[in-house]
Design a protein around this ligand. Structure first.
Ligand code: FES
Ligand SMILES: [Fe+2]
Length: 428
């Protein structure tokens, strides 16, 4: 349970808020690279951290993320013409480059310097992997580019998708570090989803619905271990790394690709759920990639031309009561991603954490909130760089391991939880 002011601190990420300042310490995923497929292609509106922005790619291939609205009289530059290394407002022709600098005011004589004094907010936008990343914080505090393994492996080994989620980022993120719900909500999918089925670990998941959690701080966030019974008195551990503020990786299953998420606030009542799948040492097979594109595994089928899920709040997520009764889909909702999203959205746009009753399986969530609040305060009061900004903190992997009862997961699985280029994930 949280006090109201704590819930506000954690959930509000607009420009003037402490958590907003913290989010602005990191490179965050802004768009899929596919959204700006070629030079001078149509610009894309994107709202991030409650700021309305416009992404575009200029004639030279440079990416820019600038304020959506023209500095003249506030027209949306989404209507603009993307031409000759800039976006031109269609109203009176003012033109801006990828940094947001005004480069032409046709109605003013160029010698009077009027246009050079006009600059829109502009943020860097950099392609790495299939993602365009941005950094929305102070220029002098800009960290090196992120080093998450999914965006550094060769393109044939990785796949990323995004979808709209109609709730605050934190309740979505909390679902990602809550390994206990897998034995319930997703139980119908473990042995049927093409990107999950066949792993030995699935049986441990299904047989032991009372996982014991052990949470250990890491440099960038937390390592959240969920222990279930295996054979011969041994334990099956599923270990989820959480890197602040909102990166998580799901523990792997067999030789299936490894996956994870980012939850990036659009505003305080919606977020982008980013989902990636990659294999550290091999190309994704055609079957795997087709399944991801079709919305299997942690991905979601979306309305063509949008990133809005086909099953969404407006159609009750295509709930199937017969399937629920028969146990094919435990909640009656099809697909792992929408099973999560439907329940997280059902908590309301911003979950009221003053009314919850947490149990021992929520330890990871409790510790994540503590670390987030502490880091946001340390940044606001002392200018301390939050955990997870340093790219060294990104070199983590999830793992699934069998350990003897006397082994501590943080020691026994230390290598498994670290990126080892050229080495496969540790999985059961
Ligand atoms: S409002 Fe954009 S040029 Fe006038
Ligand atoms: Fe889930």
């Amino acid at each position: 349970m949280l006090r109201k002011e704590q819930n506000d601190l954690l959930t509000q990420t607009g420009p003037t808020t402490p958590m907003g300042a913290m989010f602005r310490s990191y490179w965050i995923p802004a768009l899929l690279a596919e959204e700006l497929p070629e030079n001078d292609c149509p610009p894309v509106r994107v709202k991030l951290l409650s700021e309305s922005l416009l992404a575009f790619r200029d004639t030279e291939g440079r990416y820019g993320l600038i304020s959506e609205f023209c500095a003249h009289r506030g027209v949306s530059l989404w209507f603009g013409r993307n031409e000759e290394n800039g976006i031109r407002c269609p109203y009176h022709g003012w033109k801006y480059d990828v940094t947001g600098q005004c480069v032409d005011v046709p109605s003013e004589p160029s010698e009077n310097g009027f246009c050079s004094r006009i600059k829109l907010t502009g943020y860097p936008l950099v392609k790495q992997g299939g993602v365009l990343w941005t950094y929305m914080g102070p220029r002098d505090k800009q960290p090196p580019l992120p080093e998450f393994e999914f965006s550094l492996v060769p393109p044939e080994q990785t796949y990323t998708s995004k979808r709209l989620q109609e709730c605050n980022w934190l309740q979505a993120m909390e679902g990602g570090i809550d390994s206990s719900h897998v034995s319930w909500l997703h139980r119908g999918n473990l042995n049927s989803d093409p990107l999950f089925k066949g792993a030995k670990g699935n049986q441990y998941n299904l047989n032991d619905t009372k996982p014991v959690f052990e949470v250990v701080p890491s440099d960038g966030g937390l390592l959240i271990g969920a222990r279930r019974n295996a054979e011969d008195g041994k334990f099956y551990w599923r270990i989820t790394p959480w890197v602040m503020p909102c990166f998580t990786m799901v523990p792997p299953r067999g030789d299936h690709p490894v996956h994870g998420h980012f939850w990036i606030p659009i505003d305080d009542e919606s977020c982008w759920a980013w989902s990636f799948d990659y294999h550290p040492v091999r190309a994704l097979s055609k079957t795997e990639r087709d399944a991801m594109v079709a919305g299997k595994g942690i991905h979601v089928a979306t309305i063509p031309g949008t990133y809005i899920p086909l099953a969404n709040k407006s159609n009750n997520y295509l709930m199937d009561r017969d399937s629920q009764k028969a146990g094919h889909a435990y909640s009656g909702i099809d697909g792992i991603g929408m099973q999560d999203a439907s329940l997280q959205e059902s908590m309301g746009p911003i979950c009221d954490r003053t009314r919850e009753n947490l149990s021992s399986t929520d330890n990871g969530i409790v510790m994540a909130r503590m670390r987030l609040m502490k880091a946001a305060k340390a940044l606001a009061e002392k200018g301390e760089v939050p955990p997870g900004v340093d790219p060294a903190h990104h070199r983590v992997r999830s793992a699934a391991v069998i350990l003897a009862p006397d082994q501590l997961f943080k020691d026994a699985a230390r290598d498994a939880l670290t990126v080892r280029p050229g080495k496969a994930q540790t999985s059961v």
